[in-house]
Design a binder for this molecule. Sequence first.
Ligand code: BGC
Length: 393
Amino acid sequence: MMKTDVISTCGTSGMTFPGFSSPALQSIARLVATTVLLSAGLAACGGAGGATASDAGSLADYPAAATGTPPGASARATAAAAALGRGVNFGNMLESPREGDWGLTVEQRFIDLLDGGTFASVRLPVRWSNHASADAAAVIDPVFFSRVDSVVDRLLDKGVHVLLDMHHYRQLDGDALDANERSVDPAVVEVRFLAMWRQIAARYKNRSDRLILEPYNEPHGSLTGRWNDLMARAVGVIRRDNPQRLIVIGPTSWNSAADLSKLVLPNDANLILTVHNYEPFSFTHQGASWVTPPLPVGQDCCAADQLSKMAWGLDVAKAYGVKVGYPVFVGEFGAFSAADSAARQRYSRAMRDLIEARGMSWLYWELASGFGVYDPSGAGAFRADLKDALYGQ
Ligand code: BGC
C-alpha cells in the first residue's frame, strides 16, 4: 500500500476495526489507532506544502506519468512558449547554497527592472535541496518557502512569465557538494527530489498560469540514466495538484539538444521543451573558475566555424520539436565576463539572431552576476551595449 493511501484517510475517523463489536470499543480502538498513526507521523493528511516525515515513503509512492504516446503540445503550451520571448535568468541568487553565498540576493530593484518591458520572462533557479530536511520527506524550510513565495509573487505581479525550477541538487547528479551545502543519505536522494516537488506543486497550485514549473536544471552525471524515470515521476507528482500547469522538460548532458532524442516524453499536452546552448564553450566559458581545467582567456567570437557550432544545437532542437509536436526554447545561453566585451556583444547578438531565426524564445544567463547584463554595483545600471545586443532593436 502506498503511504498516500493512508494519508488520504485523514486519520482514523472513517475506519472500522474488526473484532471490536460495540461502539465504545470501536472508539477505544480508534483512539489507539490514532495514537499509533500520530506517533508514526501518519496523520498529517497531506495538505498543501505540509509534508512531514510521514510523507517520506519510497519511489513507489510517486508513480510515473504514463509515457509512450505523447499527444503533442496544447495550444496553451505553444502560446506560452512563444510568450517567453526574450527573457532573463535571475541566476546566482536563490540557487546558491544559501541566498547571498554567491554575492547576490534577490533585490526589489532587480524585480523592478521588469517595469522597463525589456524582459518578457524570468527563470528563477532555486536550490530547494539545501533548504529541506535531510530525510526522505525533504520538508522544505517554511522561512525559505515564504521567501520564494515572495519573489515568485512579485515577479508574477509584473505580468511576466515565471519559470520556477530546481537547480543544483548536487547529489542528484552525483556531483561534489558546494561549500555550505549539506549532504544527505544517498538512499534518500531520489525520493527527496519527488517529495520536494510534491510540496512545491501543492504550494503554487493556485498561482497564475504564467507560473511554469521546471523539474530540474541540466540533468547530468549519475542522473543521466535515471532522468526519464525521475522526470516522469516528477510530472506525475506535479499533476496531482496541478492538472493543467505548464511543465518544462529538458534533456540530459546539461540540457544538451544532442540528448533530446533520448527523452521519453510523458503523455501530456502541457509540456514545453528546453535546451541550453553555451557553444562555442571555449569562448563562453573562458576564464570561468568552475570549469576544470580553466579555459584560456583571449578567445574571440564569432567566426564561421563558431557560428555553425552555435547553430547546430538550435537546428537539432528545432527539428526535434517539430517532430514530436512540442515547442522548444533556449533556457540558457551567455558568455562569461572574462571574454572581451565587444566579443560578448557580437556573440550575444549572433546567438539571439540564430535562435529567433528558428522561431524560438530564449532566456539569457544571467541578470547581475558573472554573465550579467546588469551591473549591480552602486546604484546599478544595465551594461548598455550588452543589453542592446540582446534586447535592443
Ligand atoms: C549554472 C550556473 C553556471 C551557468 C553557466 C548554469 O546552468 O547553473 O551555475 O554559471 O550554467 O555555466
